[in-house]
Design a protein around this ligand. Sequence first.
Ligand SMILES: Cc1cc2nc3c(=O)[nH]c(=O)nc-3n(C[C@H](O)[C@H](O)[C@H](O)COP(=O)(O)OP(=O)(O)OC[C@H]3O[C@@H](n4cnc5c(N)ncnc54)[C@H](O)[C@@H]3O)c2cc1C
Length: 66
Amino acid sequence: MRDFHPDSKRISPYFSTNTHQKTICVIGAGPAGLAALKTVLDSNQYKSGKWISLAFEAREEVGGIW
Ligand SMILES: Cc1cc2nc3c(=O)[nH]c(=O)nc-3n(C[C@H](O)[C@H](O)[C@H](O)COP(=O)(O)OP(=O)(O)OC[C@H]3O[C@@H](n4cnc5c(N)ncnc54)[C@H](O)[C@@H]3O)c2cc1C
């Protein structure tokens, strides 16, 4: 899952180079990982641009083992 925040300047599409902006990484996009991502996206920090989000999933699809 890639995050393209329009205000960020970065050399990689995955991580921000803005030292005032944190990248929140979630490993695994099963139910727990998706809930974590939703929490990040609902946060004031994400909405104000202080955080961006990134998830890594080993499988082809999100959703985990269920
Ligand atoms: C056969 C079976 C039937 C089930 N039936 C039910 C049911 O009917 N009802 C119910 O409520 N629960 C059921 N469960 C339980 C439910 O599937 C789990 O509780 C739930 O999937 C746990 O979610 P999770 O996000 O913690 O882990 P997972 O679902 O295991 O998700 C973890 C994800 O992380 C990924 N991952 C792991 N390591 C890495 C890595 N290093 N890099 C990138 N990605 C990685 C995996 O590919 C996976 O997609 C069942 C489980 C099984 C096995």
